[in-house]
Write a protein of this length. Structure first.
Length: 589
């Protein structure tokens, strides 16, 4: 219910939740005969879905909004054309045909009267949400259409009370000073301030010169009021993009502070990005949806999220929804009529991972949604709801949005779980992790006290070239199997002869330079030295093939420029040796 939803003060800060809430508001307003409210809410839902990038629901909202615009045929026809094109591109031919039929039934407009500002501000904010400055410009244009000739500015205030202008139209009043409360009329300067976005790090405000005409501002504010939440969404998305750009300039710093969790190896750019996102949401208690192929390490990622969060001292539980019969799953999750506690009770104060969430029966989906929204469990064993404080993490190997479209998974539960989403790419798309994973498994799998195990260049090259359909889990099993066949004389070494036939046969064939750089590693070095030497060989080869171009080499290796420079410094690699005009020092000696 809306009463339950409203207990979340920050629902507008979560894009999928806000988009779905706008849609519900529009449906309810339409049902109650409040046409203007329905148009506004559906337009807001359209803007939010467009920000998320959900093409199907964007088209659905375009179709719905068009059906509410009988008095604006020009706008309705444009929306239906866009919706039909999107549905056709997505393969939803029935939906596309329905949109075309409605467009054909919509009369052609007799004139092209300009659309009111309320009809354009949502789409403008959605398009502008890639940049804080662009969002400010879109918002100022909307306000300027209602308050022509006024000075209008958008300002940012940091946690240190440092004010700066993001963007403005016109000349600001003399001696402009931000108010202490940023609410109401600043009598000294004739400026009204309105908060657009608020969080612990920064606040963003709109400022308008009143020109001694406060009633005009109040009328304009009333027309813009429904779009303040959309402006907040757009600013949040733009601020997150701004932060991600800042993080990209120092990609390894954020991940370095994550706690060590067995098996969480992230040398590749995709996993470093995931590590950075985990760090940024470490204070959040929102659900997380983790998607990826089987064996990519979704459970490991979930353990890192728990170990990084403020709940790390609390309980940690895992259950696979696909491996437990539905009747037993109900009792395992929610408890029994005899009073036995379920995992949601047992994880109180901690985290619960629901593996293969797509296999959760629909009857239990409704119960789980109730827990997530009301933070309490109702059972036949207790007359009153019992409150629980548990963070739900969910993982899936399937496209959960496809299950929603097939009506096999509740869309409201999907949006509630998808507050924070992480996609873990398969190992074949992050081969830079393979050497580090090999080092990790070769170090941790042997019994304590076992001599360190080395690996030859040609064995490591074969492991990197293989596509690993079973991902990290298959690689672990391969190293565990290889260790059983490693001989201890003259030193424990993984070579081609101990790798499985399927890995050797299916690995991509080496090129003509293979013999030049795949020499066997020296047995007198430990595994870290061996892998560092292999890493240096690979980087030097890529630099040679790219004529010493750092950006091209970093792209080929799946690294950032800064990450490659750090590795080159650590491995004592001089980029000057790989320029076309330079003779490599190894050949010059």
């Amino acid at each position: 219910t809306f009463e339950e939803i409203d207990q979340y003060d920050d629902y507008f800060s979560v894009l999928p939740f806000a988009a779905y809430r706008f849609e519900l508001m529009g449906r309810r307003a339409h049902r109650d005969g409040r046409l203007d409210d329905a148009r506004t809410a559906i337009n807001q839902a359209l803007s939010a879905y467009r920000m998320i990038g959900d093409a199907r629901r964007t088209a659905k909202m375009q179709h719905t909004l068009a059906s509410l615009l009988d008095d604006r045929p020009s706008q309705a026809r444009a929306l239906l054309t866009a919706a039909a094109d999107t549905f056709e591109r997505l393969g939803a031919h029935d939906d596309a045909e329905a949109a075309r039929r409605l467009r054909a039934a919509t009369p052609a407009p007799e004139d092209a009267a300009p659309l009111p500002v309320e009809s354009t501000v949502g789409a403008a904010l959605a398009r502008a949400s890639v940049s804080v400055r662009l969002v400010a410009e879109a918002w100022i244009q909307a306000a300027e259409a209602l308050l022509p000739g006024r000075w209008i500015g958008v300002y940012r205030c940091t946690a240190d009370d440092d004010w700066s202008c993001i963007h403005e139209h016109g000349v600001p009043p003399a001696d402009l000073a931000p108010p202490s409360t940023a609410t109401g009329l600043d009598e000294a300067n004739g400026v009204l301030w309105k908060p657009l976005y608020n969080d612990d790090a920064a606040c963003i405000y709109m400022a308008v010169a009143t020109q001694e005409d406060a009633p005009a501002w109040r009328e304009a504010a009333a027309r813009l009021a429904p779009w303040f939440p959309v402006a907040q969404l757009a600013l949040e998305r733009a601020l997150l993009r701004e932060q991600s750009i800042e993080d990209a300039s120092t990609p390894e710093e954020a991940s370095d502070v994550l706690p060590e969790v067995d098996g969480f190896v992230h040398d590749s750019a995709p996993l470093r990005s995931i590590a950075q996102r985990i760090q940024r949401v470490r204070a959040s208690h929102s659900p997380v949806l983790i998607a990826g192929e089987t064996g990519v390490g979704k459970t490991t990622i979930a353990r890192v999220i728990h170990a990084t969060s403020e709940r790390r001292a609390g309980p940690w539980h895992v259950i696979n929804c696909a491996s437990v019969p539905p009747d037993s799953l109900d009792a395992r999750l929610f408890g029994t009529a005899d009073g036995d506690s379920g995992l949601l009770h047992q994880a109180d104060g901690g985290s619960l991972l629901l593996q293969e969430i797509g296999e959760l029966p629909r009857t239990l989906q409704a119960k789980l949604l109730q827990v997530l929204e009301a933070e309490s469990i109702v059972s036949s064993a207790a007359p009153e709801p019992r409150r629980v404080d548990v963070r739900v993490l969910a993982s899936t190997t399937e496209d959960l949005s496809a299950r929603v479209r097939a009506e096999r998974f509740r869309d409201d539960l999907y949006y509630r779980l998808n507050v924070i989403s992480l996609h873990v790419p398969p190992l074949r798309e992050r081969r830079a992790d393979i050497p580090a994973l090999v080092r990790h498994f070769a170090t941790t799998l042997p019994p304590a006290g076992t001599p360190p195990v080395s690996i030859t260049n040609r064995a490591l090259e074969t492991l990197v070239q293989y596509d690993w359909p079973g991902n990290v889990r298959q690689l672990r099993n391969e190293i565990e199997r290889a260790l059983l066949f490693v001989t201890s004389e003259p030193a424990p070494t993984i070579d081609l002869n101990v790798l499985s036939d399927s890995v050797r046969a299916d690995a991509a064939p080496p090129d003509e330079h293979h013999d030049d750089w795949a020499a066997i590693m020296r047995p007198d070095l430990d595994l870290n030295d061996m892998l560092a030497r292999t890493e240096k060989d690979i980087i030097e080869r890529v630099l040679t093939e790219c004529d010493g171009q750092i950006t091209a080499s970093a792209d080929m290796l799946g690294l950032t420029r800064q990450g490659l420079y750090k590795k080159m410094k650590r491995l004592a690699i001089d980029p000057a040796n790989f320029k076309p005009s330079a003779m490599p020092s190894a050949l010059a000696s």
